[in-house]
Write a protein that binds this ligand. Structure first.
Ligand code: MN3
Length: 203
């Protein structure tokens, strides 16, 4: 088994006007496809062909040194973009009452959470990702990672991820990363966030 480019859960133009069709198309059919192809090339004829991506990224130090950086960057790219697409829906999906309560307990309110999520993600220097994670200490936390690193490599479970590399927003927002992040909060599929949290808590 090798990895295949996951289909988008919606059409390329479904997230307009927040994310334009061309950005979605290039991001998926060129960038995401590229990570998938390079990951497959790196793990060809190794045991990793039969492992879930989460197992591979959770134990990067066990990957052969000659392919480790390639697997880290492209395996991360493959998995991060999959999570990112699932985290969005055309009109967004509101949180259930219990999820709202969970967010309130940790961050004060949903508005406070969104504000912190935007400012932390916007502050990532250069290319990377903003995340809401369920930590190995069983807490919700907002973190960033550089390049294509996934929080799972630090033992955390990613619940909500946002790509802050320029290719994710530059066509429409140019250098205004915070504007992109703010607009994008309309698209958050909180049902998916909650499902991932429940899975992590019962794991
Ligand atoms: Mn990207």
């Amino acid at each position: 088994m090798t990895f295949s480019l996951p289909d988008l859960p919606y059409e390329y133009d479904a997230l307009e006007p927040v994310i334009d069709e061309q950005t979605m198309r290039v991001h998926h059919s060129k960038h995401h496809a590229g990570y998938t192809k390079k990951l497959n090339a790196a793990i060809q004829d190794t045991d990793y062909e039969d492992k879930p991506i989460t197992d591979i990224l959770s134990a990067l130090d066990e990957v052969d040194e000659d392919i480790r950086t390639t697997v880290r960057n492209n395996g991360g790219g493959y998995y991060n973009h999959l999570l990112f697409r699932e985290n969005m829906a055309p009109q967004g999906v509101q949180a259930s009452e219990s999820m709202q309560k969970t967010i309130q307990e940790q961050f004060g309110s949903m508005e406070d959470f969104i504000e912190q999520f935007i400012s932390t993600s916007a502050g990532q220097f250069g290319s990377g990702w903003g995340w809401l994670v369920y930590t190995k200490d069983k807490e919700l936390q907002i973190v960033t990672t550089a390049n294509q690193d996934n929080p799972i490599s630090q033992g955390h479970t990613p619940l909500l991820g946002v790509d802050v590399r320029e290719h994710a927003y530059y066509l429409h927002y140019q250098n205004k990363r915070a504007d992109y992040l703010k607009a994008r909060t309309q698209l958050i599929n909180r049902e998916v966030v909650e499902k991932r949290l429940q899975d992590a808590q019962s794991a």
